[in-house]
Design a binder for this molecule. Structure first.
Ligand code: ZN
Length: 425
């Protein structure tokens, strides 16, 4: 007897199986015909996937687009300035309400784990308190991991160092930073070193906004990899963005990538944001500003796709759908072979979970009973359609359902209903 059976779905690897759930655990993945269950989800022909995971987001800023004004230049730096204005006027309750609304969107899209940076450059730590409350409130259905992020610079902002340490004392999970925003390359490198030492001393993970610039001489990723290795932090450190690598000298990169691989550093490019914010100082040709994804993967470096922003000072669109993120990444990184497209789907599910250290996620007996049923037949088709999430199960509970997106046609001599799927089902 199971509490829930998801029947006949297609798994990302192409197997067709029933998934039996007891409590908050996956109890069996096999042919369960004849088995009884309290509830059955018919998924014949539909893709059943592990949940989507976003390893890079800003939940304290989300859904604030237009407050107090829009980002006129479209640059990273105006966005940071604008966020500074908003921070002065925002209230705890507004921030919590917006974050909870976004988490509703995420839940409906099967996005069940999020790593969010939270700004620590505020003596009141208003955002930190708000996000700790949100982490607690969504914990029954979303795993929220918080990063202490000194947005205005760990050293550049006079009280950021103290406030970042206070945020970690309050229970923020991961050590963040922004070395390319410090006042000198030397200060940036020094910040990477101290932030890694803080993480090592406290047994925490590290995730820095690192080299989010078109400047090929922004090389803080080298220091990050060196410190990760020196302090024994292999597997616990991520570099977010790494956009400068797009413009780096090829010889230098040929030395950098093996160092990153040895140091066990993961990379989190954010394609929607990188393609939007980078290259703004270029005329033509205009750089894409996305890091070297396929090249890192060829060196065995774990790479995930992050979303970064939805309707905030840096990005005027966004949906909470990690398939949108993977779709953009696939295009900008030119990952168009069947293997590469399938890998893009894996990046927003399995690889992102690995980066966040979420060993409990995945479709296997004993793992958390969290999964998504999509109106698509296979991962590549899911990327093409970015379709309805027919059902979302989190920790054993069905938390969202959505109807299929069939059209009713009125065309002489053509079928009356249309489903844009082109593979199984
Ligand atoms: Zn970010």
């Amino acid at each position: 007897m199971f509490d829930l059976i998801v029947k006949g779905g297609t798994l990302p690897d192409g197997r067709i199986a029933d998934i039996g759930i007891r409590g908050d655990r996956i109890a069996a993945i096999e042919d369960l015909s004849g088995a009884e269950a309290g509830e059955v989800i018919e998924a014949a022909g539909d893709l059943v996937s592990p949940p989507f995971v976003d390893p890079h987001f800003h939940l304290d800023a989300t859904l604030s687009y237009g407050l107090p004004r829009i980002n006129a230049s479209g640059t990273l730096l105006e966005g940071i300035g604008l966020w500074g204005e908003l921070k002065q006027i925002v209230t705890h309750d507004e921030m919590v309400a917006r974050a909870l609304t976004y988490c509703d969107w995420a839940a409906s899209m099967g996005l069940l784990a999020i790593r969010s940076h939270v700004d620590t450059c505020d003596d009141r730590l208003l955002g930190v308190e708000a996000m700790l409350e949100v982490r607690e409130r969504v914990s029954p259905y979303i795993d929220l991991q918080l990063v202490a992020f000194p947005q205005d610079g760990f050293y550049r902002d006079p009280s950021a160092r103290d406030n970042t340490l206070r945020a970690l004392d309050m229970g923020v999970d991961v050590v963040g930073g922004i070395p390319h925003f410090e006042r000198s390359m030397a200060d940036g490198a020094r910040s990477v070193r101290e932030l890694c030492e803080i993480a090592a001393a406290r047994g925490l993970m590290v995730d820095l906004h690192c080299d989010e610039t078109d400047d090929p001489m922004s090389r803080h990723i080298e220091t990050l990899a060196f410190e990760a290795q020196r302090l024994g932090l292999q597997g616990r450190v991520a570099g977010s963005h790494l956009t400068s690598m797009h413009s780096m000298d090829n010889y230098y990169v040929s030395k950098l990538l093996p160092l990153m691989a040895e140091a066990g550093i993961a990379a989190i490019p954010n394609p929607l944001i990188n393609i939007t914010l980078q290259g703004r100082h270029d005329t033509y040709p205009k750089r894409r500003g996305l890091t070297r994804v396929k090249e890192m993967q060829a060196h065995g470096i774990t790479v995930g796709w992050g979303q970064d922003c939805v309707l905030d000072p840096w990005y005027s669109l966004g949906t909470g759908d990690m398939l949108d993120v993977a779709f953009m990444g696939l295009h900008v990184a030119q990952m168009t072979s069947p293997d590469e497209m399938a890998r893009c789907f894996d990046m927003v599910t399995t690889q992102n979970a690995r980066i966040m250290g979420l060993d409990d996620l995945g479709l296997a007996p004993g793992k958390s009973a969290s999964l998504v049923v999509l109106d698509a037949g296979a991962p590549i088709e899911a990327l093409r359609l970015r379709p309805a999430r027919l059902a979302v199960v989190s920790k054993g509970n069905v938390i969202s359902r959505m109807p299929r997106e069939d059209a009713t046609l009125s065309l002489p001599g053509r079928p009356g209903t249309l489903r844009r799927r082109h593979s199984a089902g």
